[in-house]
Design a protein around this ligand. Structure first.
Ligand SMILES: [Zn+2]
Ligand SMILES: [Zn+2]
Length: 467
């Protein structure tokens, strides 16, 4: 591992150079580690696989297992297996899921594949995007196997992340998993993915402009840990891909590589925190996770993660703007205290709406709740430090209009109807999202300041996602 102590030197690294580094952070005092051996973004990377595998498994004969989604087998055959077969490396195929069915990153599918993994397999390659990435991490962790990820779409940022998001019993949760030995992002493969997937990746990356503000908010209000490095290390890569969006849309491979560089570094921002996802996942991801929950529980249509996150980012950056314009003098602590929902009010409400799932909500709510006796001084403190609070958040925010523009130029979704959610669905996500996920975000603050439920429709209206 390369030891780095200079902040400017750390920010100047390429995505490949970030592999195998430890940064002794002058900002937060922690050590930020990236244990991935080999990271490459470029073109025609499949041909360099023998070399890369030899580097990862030196002086060793090996049996490779290749994990991919059976549903897109024809595509994987053409794009990956056909050039890979010319390299004359022997391997075993492990297609997951069924033809005609969208694959889910569920612990059931992951466990089944791990249980059936032959003992002679000693290295795994996951070829795919988000779901295959999560499943490969899960299976490799369970089987104690080293693995490599070959991204087939720039649709999300978790390739280089130490975490995976898995669904168990209809509830998604983030798990600390083994890190890939290698991550390859081939622009040729990424550019042949459906364009909606690329737009989803842009949505997932833009989440940074809400997630870090939420993380800082939690630091300022709840005193939780924060470090600016994950946000700052992305700046250069965001500045490179944002203006290249029209070219990315036109299929330009160099522009696509700028996006894949940003995706790799965005994943690092979680890995350097030992799997804490706060720099990439705030209230905008809570909305997306809630849309997933609506799919599982109410049968609402499923979308790509990044498509939902993109819409969530537009909505939540608007929410930050609305709250920043609120005059703290108009907030009446006694009135808020009087209107505050009790734990039993909340339980009754989640029971009524979410029936069998209300337990999940109750656990989250009790974990985050400020006790009634401490609540008035807690709120008074927020009101008193209002100005410095917003000064602290400002560096991490981007105007909602700018985020919407980037999504529009990319050709991505900006309306609720495009992710097949009604305004009522989005209201439900805004109001109950903070009762469903334990991370403290601005959604909690809207409740604490007595602004929810009234402000939820105002946020939706102004964000422009309706209609
Ligand atoms: Zn730090
Ligand atoms: Zn995400």
């Amino acid at each position: 591992m390369q030891q780095i102590t200079d902040l400017a030197a750390y920010y100047s690294l390429t995505p490949s150079q970030y592999g195998k580094t430890v940064f002794h952070c002058s900002e937060c005092g922690r050590e930020h580690r990236i244990p991935i051996n080999i990271v490459q973004s470029g073109q025609n990377l499949i041909s360099s696989l023998p070399e890369i595998i030899d580097l990862l498994l030196p002086n060793q004969t090996y049996n490779i297992g290749i994990i991919y989604d059976r549903h897109i087998e024809a595509k994987i055959n053409a794009l990956f297996f056909s050039p890979f077969d010319q390299l004359a490396i022997s391997y075993t195929r492990f297609p997951l899921g069924e033809h005609g069915l969208l694959l889910e990153a569920s612990t059931e599918i992951g466990d089944e594949a791990a249980d059936g993994m032959p003992a002679n397999i000693d290295f795994l390659i996951g070829v795919g995007s988000g779901v295959i990435c999560d499943l490969t991490k899960w299976i490799a962790t369970k089987c104690h196997l080293p693995f490599l990820l070959m991204g087939t779409a720039a649709s999300m940022n978790a390739y280089t992340s130490i975490t995976g998001t898995m669904t168990k019993d209809k509830v998604k949760s983030t798990h600390w998993l083994e890190t890939a030995q290698g991550v390859l992002m081939d622009a040729t493969l990424l550019a042949s993915a459906p364009h909606t997937m690329t737009c989803a990746g842009i949505g997932d990356l833009l989440a940074r402009q809400v997630a870090n503000a939420d993380w800082k908010l939690s630091n300022l209000i709840r005193g939780t840990y924060f470090c600016p490095v994950p946000f700052e290390m992305m700046s250069r890569f965001q500045d490179a891909y944002l203006p290249a969006i029209p070219k990315i849309r036109a299929g330009d491979l160099d522009a696509m590589q700028k996006l894949s560089d940003a995706i790799l570094v965005s994943g690092y921002s979680m890995t350097i925190l030992d799997g804490e996802t706060s720099p990439s996942s705030g209230s905008e991801h809570i909305l997306s996770h809630f849309f997933d929950f609506q799919h599982e529980v109410f049968g609402k249509p499923k979308n790509l993660h990044g498509e939902q996150v993109g819409i969530g980012t537009i909505i939540m950056s608007t929410a930050f703007e609305i709250l920043s314009e609120t005059d703290p003098a108009t907030i009446d602590v006694d009135e808020i205290q009087r209107r505050r929902l009790s734990l039993s009010d909340i339980q009754a409400e989640t029971d009524r709406i979410f029936r069998g799932y209300s337990k999940v909500f109750d656990q989250v709510v009790s974990k985050k709740r400020i006790p009634d006796e401490d609540f008035p001084s807690y709120i008074s403190h927020i009101i008193q430090s209002w100005e410095s609070l917003w000064k602290g958040l400002q560096p991490y925010l981007m105007p909602a209009e700018k985020i919407k523009d980037a999504m529009t130029v990319s050709g991505g979704f900006t309306k609720l109807s495009e992710i097949q959610r009604t305004p009522e669905d989005a209201l439900q996500a805004l109001l109950y999202g903070s009762w469903y996920r334990s991370r403290y975000t601005i959604l909690d603050l809207f409740w604490e300041l007595g602004l929810f439920p009234e402000f939820a429709p105002v946020i939706l209206e102004r964000s422009g996602v309706l209609g």
